[in-house]
Design a protein around this ligand. Sequence first.
Ligand code: ZN
Ligand code: ZN
Length: 400
Amino acid sequence: MLILDGIGDRPVKEIGNRTPLEAAHTPNLDRFATNGVNGIMDTIAPGIIPGSDTGHLALLGYDPYQVYSGRGPFEASGLDMNLHRGEVVFRCNFGTLEEGIVTDRRAGRIKDGTDLLAKAINQMKFDIDFVFKESVEHRAVLVFKDPNLGPLVSDTDPHLEDRPLLVSRADDNNLPNLRTAGLINKFTEMTTAILSEHPVNLERVERGEPPANVILSRGAGSVPDMSSLESLKGIRSAVIAGIPLVRGVCGLAGMDILSAPGATGGLDTDLESIFKTIVGNIDDYDFILVNIKGPDIPGHDGDHSCKIEFIEKIDAALPLLESMEDTYIAITGDHSTPVMVKNHSGDPLPLTIIGKEVRVDDVASFGERSCAKGGLGRIRGMDLLNILLDLAKRAEKFGA
Ligand code: ZN
Ligand code: ZN
């Protein structure tokens, strides 16, 4: 399953009312469509706007409405943290607080010393067990390891600079959520006191750099009870993805994480390395999901030329996949990121599946409108893995 992140788009006037995918020169994608069965896909449901996390959950066959309460646990899983069902996980930033006002949400994009700050936080005596882990630059993750907490609380992160630090509130009057809100507010207060006195920050202030003296939290979610793909579908599976969030979703589904040298979540990613890693590992797995983040980035930036250019790069590397025999390949996205919207949208995605026994249709190009005329019609993301397993004769009969 090759997921081109944010590939779907809407017609853009400047390129003749075509979408970036339609306007791009993609002889290889078009050949896949010509030899495949095509359709369009609502990752979650028509008109529902997926995140990359909920989108990938659906693509793996999970119902995001059942397993998703917030981004935190998926982000933490992508950082290889040991998580347990029911724990509440927050995404965090080291920020700068001056007299109650968040003056820098990233503490000057702090690079060094966050490990020491995290160590000091983890030594703090607190009401419940917790783990705080620093990540890249100003990013971090916080896990509340207590079974009696709920995930439905608001962020302390004001999301904008020069705004007051927010007080977290429970979304409802359920005790577990109220407890979490009380604890995260207390945690914020106590860590601010510790961080403000920490040598790392005293040195930063001396150098004229913003101190990392507050932990801003957001995206609370509880670790879902997700059965692995192996137990649900009887398949051994792996993921290649440049962004931790997608690796995290797949990690919680029990998938192996493969790394491709030079693969990143950016436009500089090494596509050939990614495709070679697929080919090199396909014999060890029944199913590999690959996320290529690139197309989503110019979508958010509203840059159709850049999106076209990156799609053409993917297309140029695609022939590397053709050496795989006895493999069904689905090419689609996790959501649309139209350049006119500069964000995700609920527009359905083009989908092509190639492999030995697909019912090849009359579609001859890989695009949003061309694929809509294909033999798969319009499907849901949650059905895609089942369709692939059925094609590959790996599905089980329902009934006698
Ligand atoms: Zn995405
Ligand atoms: Zn995006």
